[in-house]
Design a protein around this ligand. Structure first.
Ligand SMILES: NC(=O)c1ccc[n+]([C@@H]2O[C@H](COP(=O)([O-])OP(=O)(O)OC[C@H]3O[C@@H](n4cnc5c(N)ncnc54)[C@H](OP(=O)(O)O)[C@@H]3O)[C@@H](O)[C@H]2O)c1
Length: 260
């Protein structure tokens, strides 16, 4: 099936703030409509209004993606509203930032419930529609997948699992006509990253601004990422211009990872 770029429909999860919000805003420029998913109805409504003021269409789908029934509701609601899905961008995530020896069984289950199983279920449920539209999926992992640290053990481990799952979906996508990739952001200034940096500042007994500077130096980046840095790349990755790109994992990290 061929369809004008301007008629395509995307689903973006984690769209109430941070990287997901910036991505939904960016994709709304290229797609005819974007279904936006997160728990906060308020956050989604404000984005919908912001986009409507620019003549862009968003459909707020307030949903807790940890719930097993949420994926089917997101897909059904999007199809009822727009009749098609061309891109699914899985960004929602809230894995606990805690040490290897502090993480409880419940913490692990909770981290997996959203970022891993939420994205997995949504991809499974959307798959037949993505086959029909020759669509594409992106999973959001993170550089911690390749630099696991005891202080952030669940983040690294779950991100690594997501990268592996994305690869498995991409293999199936070769025969099913669905492109699947994953992205690994480095340190991007969002609410989530600010909490991480505040903890870091407290551990060093430093004011946040000094701590941010030191953390950037330790991490080896020239500057922190902004959500828009990731959104711009994602817009390319789900566009027809990326037609031959599948099964890949992209670091978008401002030079954080010091290997080829
Ligand atoms: N920021 C970074 O430096 C960085 C680096 C590497 C990877 N990442 C990854 O990038 C993704 C986005 O990160 P971010 O920094 O933008 O995080 P963020 O600012 O905390 O945003 C997280 C998003 O996920 C949504 N969410 C949380 N729990 C949810 C649930 N149960 N159901 C549905 N949606 C839920 C949140 O909305 P509600 O609270 O309204 O539900 C929000 O829209 C995450 O997967 C994160 O692991 C971020």
């Amino acid at each position: 099936m061929t369809v004008a770029d301007s008629q395509r429909v995307a689903i973006v999860t984690g769209a109430s703030r941070g990287i997901g919000r910036a991505t939904a805003k960016r994709l709304a420029q290229d797609f005819s409509a974007v279904a936006i998913v997160a728990r906060s109805a308020e956050g989604l409504e404000s984005l919908t209004k912001e986009l409507a003021a620019q003549g862009k269409k968003a459909l707020p789908v307030p949903m807790d993606l940890k719930q097993p029934t949420a994926a089917a509701e997101v897909v059904t609601t999007t199809l009822s509203a727009f009749g098609r899905i061309d891109a699914l961008v899985n960004i929602a995530g809230a894995v606990k930032q805690a040490d290897l020896f502090e993480m409880t069984d419940d913490d692990w289950a909770d981290g997996l419930a959203l970022k891993f199983h939420g994205a997995r279920r949504l991809t499974l449920v959307a798959w037949s529609e993505l086959m029909r539209t020759k669509g594409t999926v992106v999973f959001t992992s993170g550089t911690a997948a390749i630099t696991p640290k005891p202080a952030l053990v669940a983040i690294g481990t779950i991100n690594a699992a997501i990268s592996a799952m994305a690869k498995a979906f991409s293999e199936r996508g070769l025969t099913d006509g669905v492109r699947v990739n994953s992205v690994m952001p480095g340190p991007v200034l969002t609410d989530r990253r600010r909490v991480m940096l505040e903890k870091y500042a407290a551990s060093k007994n430093l004011p946040i601004s000094n701590a941010m500077e030191i953390y950037a130096k330790e991490t080896g980046i020239a500057r922190y990422g902004q959500p828009e840095d990731i959104a711009e790349f994602l817009a390319f990755l789900v566009s027809p211009a990326a037609e031959w790109i599948t099964g890949s994992s992209f670091r978008i990290d401002g030079g954080e990872i010091k290997s080829v």
